[in-house]
Design a protein around this ligand. Structure first.
Ligand code: IMP
Ligand code: MG
Length: 174
């Protein structure tokens, strides 16, 4: 375990099982269709690459980079699109792929933006969820693991851009 962590919360095998379970649900629900996975960078990239390799229906990918204007401030509730999608999503079956839903503010805004572009369907898949921190009512159609209100890193999640490479999810020591 990395010295800067206080504990491993989710080990590699648990992650692997969870990703298989989520991909299985997607494969079942989208049988006979094609999907577009929309990843929210940067946190999504490790989870999304594992998920995609377990998806058996035809699937393409695109990415967005958004920044939220700070969840504690007055301007919260707005996101800034730093990098938009490269394709039109009209009439497509879209699944947003996220690392973690925390306050839900980012997702709430992103889903509104994407819905206005008239996809055929729009669903959300998140690897982690922290429901105790929620400020927006978000339905996670494909929901991975629920965690307590702790700051976690690894498996794509960072603290100041560090720890994304860890193959497990851990809690930082203070
Ligand atoms: P929110 O749901 O709009 O509050 O923001 C979610 C984003 O905040 C996620 O996509 C992560 O990038 C980041 N985030 C929230 N909680 C954590 C955490 O525990 N570790 C690392 N990043 C986090
Ligand atoms: Mg993120």
């Amino acid at each position: 375990m990395d010295k800067k962590l206080s504990k491993i919360l989710i080990d590699k095998d648990t992650i692997d099982n969870e990703v298989s379970r989520l991909a299985g649900e997607i494969n079942r629900d989208y049988a006979g269709r094609e999907i577009l996975l929309v990843g929210l960078l940067k946190g999504c990239f490790v989870f999304m690459s594992d998920l995609m390799r377990k998806i058996t229906v035809p699937c393409s990918i695109d990415f967005m980079i958004v920044s939220s204007y700070g969840s504690g401030t007055q301007s919260s509730g707005k996101v800034n699109i730093i990098r938009d999608l490269s394709e039109d999503i009209k009439d497509k079956d879209v699944i947003i792929v996220e690392d973690i839903v925390d306050s839900g503010i980012t997702l709430d805004c992103v889903m509104d933006i994407l819905r206005s572009r008239e996809p055929r369907s729009l669903k959300l898949c998140s690897f982690l969820t922290k429901p105790s921190r929620r400020k927006r009512d978000i339905v996670i159609d494909y929901c991975g693991i629920e965690i307590e209100d702790e700051f976690v890193v690894g498996y794509g999640l960072d603290y100041a851009e560090k720890f994304r490479e860890l193959p497990y999810v851990g809690v930082l020591s203070d």
